[in-house]
Design a protein around this ligand. Structure first.
Ligand code: ATP
Length: 276
């Protein structure tokens, strides 16, 4: 633990290195990543497949330890703690509450035995915020489902009775329930068709009004309107970290130009393509 003042930085990664064993030797997947997440901001974390985005997320979530570097998080107004996976149950409870996760393919990550309402109540009970079966837990879960546009008619539905977009929104409500300060969402709209994608993006925009949001994606079009800041990972390094509008107007790194060039374009009156 350090005594440094927090100054609006909720979550901070400094010099993160992560290596994995690969056939032929070790592979460096994160190579000195520095990243700050500030109170109330929305940050897109982009990169090609294999760039290291999910690995960075797992290290930020204290699910994996880095080989070098550190993650620190703000606790209250004037204290930071370093964060690493911990063997002792409950040691990271404060962090698990403050930093919530919407996993990739969150529909599959929902417990098939639990209804939508129970799925959202579960973290409240696990984190010791409410008693199992209490009115307070049910009320908080219903409030979060409502916030992401899942009405009471779906409260009793199991995951298999939900559409992909509805299940994704239940997963977002589940992340919101413990009133986190940061929500980290891994590819929240990949694989969804256009209308469902709009619903999920709308749910994430509502998250943004109450917590900081980090959205991992390989699709700039999906997150450009949602996130005011964009960081781009390329081969384990952060090659850009700027306001999204600046990055769109003037992409500097080749990997970022590739993402901008992949944005859908509409034909203009004279036939030249225009950004959508
Ligand atoms: N546990 C592991 N053991 C060995 N290699 C791994 C492990 N986890 C990830 N990798 C490798 O690390 C690299 C980065 O993977 P990661 O999942 O972080 O990338 P990503 O940017 O999230 O990709 P995608 O967009 O495809 O999900 C990949 O080459 C992957 O094969």
């Amino acid at each position: 633990m350090t005594g440094a003042r927090v100054s609006g930085v909720l979550l901070s990664a400094h010099g993160l290195v992560r290596r994995y064993r690969a056939p032929g030797g070790e592979r460096t997947v994160l190579d000195g990543v520095d990243l700050d997440v500030h109170r109330g901001e929305s940050l897109a974390l982009l990169g090609r497949s294999g760039a290291g985005k999910s690995t960075l997320l797992r290290v930020l979530l204290a699910l994996e330890a880095p080989d070098a570097g550190a993650v620190t998080a703000a606790v209250g107004d004037d204290e930071r703690r370093s964060v690493r996976p911990h063997w002792r149950t409950g040691a990271l409870r404060w962090y698990r509450r403050a930093v919530q996760h919407v996993p990739q393919d969150s529909a599959a990550s929902l417990d098939p035995r639990l209804s939508a309402l129970q799925a959202v109540e579960q973290p409240l009970v696990r984190l010791g915020l409410h008693r199992a079966g209490s009115v307070a837990a049910a009320e908080r879960a219903a409030e979060c489902l409502e916030a992401v546009g899942v009405g009471a008619a779906l409260h009793g539905h199991r995951p298999r009775q939900l559409s992909g977009g509805q299940a994704q929104r239940v997963a977002i409500a589940r992340a919101l329930a413990p009133r986190p300060v940061v929500v980290l969402a891994d590819e929240p709209v990949s694989g969804l068709d256009a209308p469902l994608r709009e619903h999920v993006l709308d749910a994430l925009a509502r998250v943004r009004s109450t917590t900081a949001l980090v959205v991992v994606s390989h699709d700039l079009a999906a997150v450009a309107a949602l996130c005011e800041r964009t960081a781009v990972l390329h081969a384990g390094r952060l090659v850009e970290d700027r306001p999204t509008c600046d990055l769109l107007a003037d992409p500097r790194h080749e990997a970022v130009r590739e993402l901008v060039d992949a944005l859908p374009r509409l034909p203009s009156v004279d036939g030249a393509p225009q950004p959508a």
